[in-house]
Write a protein that binds this ligand. Structure first.
Ligand SMILES: [Cu+2]
Length: 246
């Protein structure tokens, strides 16, 4: 029985823990995997009976309905899934977040992720590549002359309040990095010279992995971080603790 349970679990295409409301993502993913598995099984069954039929007669055997109707049905299903999935993907990126969404800037660099919060003034301060100095505690090159940068908070872990929409702005200081949070079903490239936005709401408190999914250099294997989803009260306390540190 344990083997049977393991087989059933395997057939359900196990996915990482869902830290948000991503049931639709998971449904489409499982549906497309189920359809491909069914198509693979059907193709092999047809091949098997085709070989048997070919042994009984020397004439080529064509069953058009058997060959093309299932293919057309599967094609229609996969096209419908692709269209719906593309709409969800585009909504996360090209339909703006709510005005009160939490703004967080994500910067990838060889080989770390940094997360910047705008502070009380809700404005990100100026940065300059000439001021970038990770060894001196200024990995993003914050310009201290700009008043808007004085309350900016820079962290090496991403801390988010559960239940509040977040608008991430992704960029890179050097090469292309792949920002990936499997628990949020989120993957977005951070490209030098471009600022990509993606918005979502994390709902389940916990610690989740952040990965880099682009081979970005010799240290790519260690380019990871942590997403910590906390309660709104814990998030306010975390922000306050960082403001006191500055
Ligand atoms: Cu990377």
């Amino acid at each position: 029985m344990p083997a049977c349970a393991a087989m059933i679990e395997l057939l359900r295409w196990p996915l990482p823990v869902d830290a948000g409301n991503h049931a639709a993502f998971d449904t489409y993913l499982r549906l497309s995997l189920d359809a491909i598995l069914a198509l693979f099984a059907l193709a092999n069954i047809l091949l098997f009976f085709g070989v048997l039929a070919r042994r009984r007669t020397s004439r080529p055997v064509h069953k058009l309905t058997l060959e093309y109707i299932p293919l057309a049905l599967f094609m229609g299903l996969l096209i419908a899934v692709a269209v719906h999935a593309e709409r969800m993907w585009a909504h996360q990126r090209f339909v703006g977040a709510a005005p009160d969404a939490l703004q967080v800037e994500v910067t990838g660099m060889q080989f770390a992720w940094y997360f910047r919060y705008p502070g009380h003034d809700a404005r990100f301060g100026r940065t300059s590549p000439t001021l970038v100095a990770p060894g001196e505690g200024n990995p993003l090159g914050l310009d201290a002359v700009d008043p808007a940068s004085k309350d900016d908070i820079v962290s090496s872990e991403l801390v988010l309040p559960a239940g509040r929409e977040v608008d991430l702005a992704l960029e890179s200081q050097d090469v292309i990095h792949g920002f990936s949070v499997p628990a949020l079903r989120l993957k977005q490239n951070a490209v030098p010279g471009q600022r990509a936005h993606v918005h979502f709401t994390a709902t389940k408190p916990g610690r989740y992995a952040i990965l880099c999914t682009q081979v970005c250099g010799l240290g790519h294997f260690r380019m990871s971080s942590t997403l910590r989803v906390v309660t709104p009260e814990e998030f306010t306390a975390w922000l306050h603790a960082h403001e006191v540190q500055r």
